[in-house]
Design a protein around this ligand. Structure first.
Ligand code: UD1
Length: 420
């Protein structure tokens, strides 16, 4: 197993190129199930989650290639409709194939993803919505067995909670359904927006893109012709590197990021005293030695992303004063806290609220990654800690960060990948 060794307290300097967004790529790869042609997507990050979903599509019968940052997928050859446990258990986002498989074939079986490190993460809202669209759903032997022999029909769906992959699943199913589907309380994340825009360019009528109310006119089951497209930049990767600049008190630039997707993250860094220079091509963080404490509540987009919560807990250890960070989306997303405490952080946890008292001198230690974003928080802490930090179990990190150590090395960090 690989681990990362970081020698802390190095200043960073230079520009990091941001990769395409993992969470935009995943639904768009699942969307290929709706296509009649071989589709091309550019700017796809080389991360494990993408390879996992490609493998799942390969098991179903699709052919694909992934070279440089370009994926080509031909899903017209899919014959199987069962997404098996061995793949789904490694990545919950595999549930994204449910809507498109059901819409195209009228039946499918997708293993239930089960719990995950950051909480229970149910899929009840996905299932309820597909039932409203005419599907019959049964849970049997750990599988969701869905069928709609007459095809799916448009429905009026009100999500009780905003769900990102739930919205994506319903949008994809609705594209091939008969009639209009309305989604009330839809997710507004840029990754959902890109999925809708790609479908719209392929002839699907969608109104309200980027709002909480989507209207999708289904085409009655005809497969789509999808032109090549380029994946949007990864806003969470971008936010993580901005935090790397802030925590090491370094002037650091990121390129190929979209500042408009990062407003809530940049606003919090500004509240903490950092300044920004933003051009069309780069975002440069101008840090401050005197980081101020911050209050954060995670929310759905355009609120502060839960996927940046762990990184800001690490950053708050270097702010002068008491920061309060509340996690509203997932019930168990503070596992980085005990690892940060082992490095000397002063953090108390009360339910879903972390209170971080700074500034503390962190010292390098052996720490264990527990989930994807928790892993990056440990890397950030390692960058500012005194001495050597070994971050173990980085397969979590590899799920979502493309060449993290290479990118950090290129701006002067002392970080290397080693074998246990
Ligand atoms: C997506 C992102 C993930 C991010 C999360 C929240 C992808 C591949 N993953 O995950 O990185 O952290 O959004 O921004 O895009 N819920 C239910 N029932 C459901 C579905 C969700 O109760 O059927 C709840 C969840 O438990 C959670 C909340 O709704 O409390 C939001 O979850 P959701 O938006 O669905 O997260 P994901 O789409 O899995």
């Amino acid at each position: 197993m690989d681990f990362l060794r970081i020698l802390g307290q190095q200043k960073l300097d230079g520009t990091i190129k941001i990769s395409g967004a993992k969470n935009a790529s995943l639904p768009l790869i699942a969307m290929s199930i709706l296509a009649k042609n071989r589709i091309t997507m550019k700017n796809v990050p080389h991360v494990a989650d993408i390879k996992t979903l490609l493998k799942l599509l390969g098991n179903l019968g699709a052919t694909y290639s992934f070279e440089d940052e370009t994926i080509q997928i031909d899903a017209s050859s899919i014959e199987k409709t069962t997404a098996t446990y061995d793949i789904v258990k490694t990545m919950r986002a595999s549930i994204l194939v449910l809507g498109p498989l059901l819409a195209r074939f009228g039946h499918c079986e997708v293993s239930l993803p089960g719990g995950c490190a950051i909480g229970q993460r149910p899929i009840d809202l996905h299932l309820k919505a597909l039932e409203l669209m005419g599907a019959t759903i049964e849970i049997k032997a750990g599988y969701v067995k869905a069928s709609a022999p007459q095809g799916l029909k448009g429905a009026h769906i009100i999500f009780d909670k905003i769900t990102v992959t739930g919205t994506a699943n319903v949008v994809m199913a609705a594209a091939l359904a008969k009639g209009e589907t309305q989604i009330v309380n839809a997710a507004k994340e840029p990754e959902v927006v890109q999925l809708c825009e790609v479908l719209q360019k392929s002839g699907v009528e969608i109104e309200g893109i980027g709002t909480a109310m989507l209207r999708i006119k289904g085409n009655g089951g005809e497969l789509l012709h999808i032109d090549p497209f380029t994946i949007i930049p990864d806003r969470i990767e971008a936010g993580t590197y901005l935090c790397a600049g802030a925590i090491t008190n370094s002037r650091l630039s990121i390129s190929f990021a979209d500042a408009s997707h990062l407003e809530s993250v940049i606003a919090k860094l500004e509240e903490m005293g950092c300044c920004f220079e933003i051009t069309q091509y780069t975002i440069t963080i101008v840090p401050t030695e005197n980081l101020r404490p911050v209050r954060i509540v995670t929310q759905e987009y355009p609120g502060f992303p839960t996927d940046m919560q762990a990184q800001f807990v690490a950053l708050a250890t270097q702010a002068n004063g008491v920061s309060v960070i509340e996690e509203k989306l997932f019930e168990n997303r503070f596992m980085h806290v005990s690892e940060l405490q082992r490095m000397g952080a002063s953090i108390t946890l009360n339910g879903n609220v972390a209170t971080v008292t700074g500034k503390t001198k962190l010292s390098g230690a052996d720490v264990m990654a527990t989930d994807l974003r928790a892993s990056s928080a440990l890397v950030l802490a390692g960058l500012v800690a005194e001495g050597k930090t070994d971050v173990h179990r980085i397969y979590h990190l590899d799920r979502g960060y493309d060449n993290l150590e290479g990118k950090l090395q290129s701006v002067g960090a002392k970080i290397e990948r080693l074998k246990e």
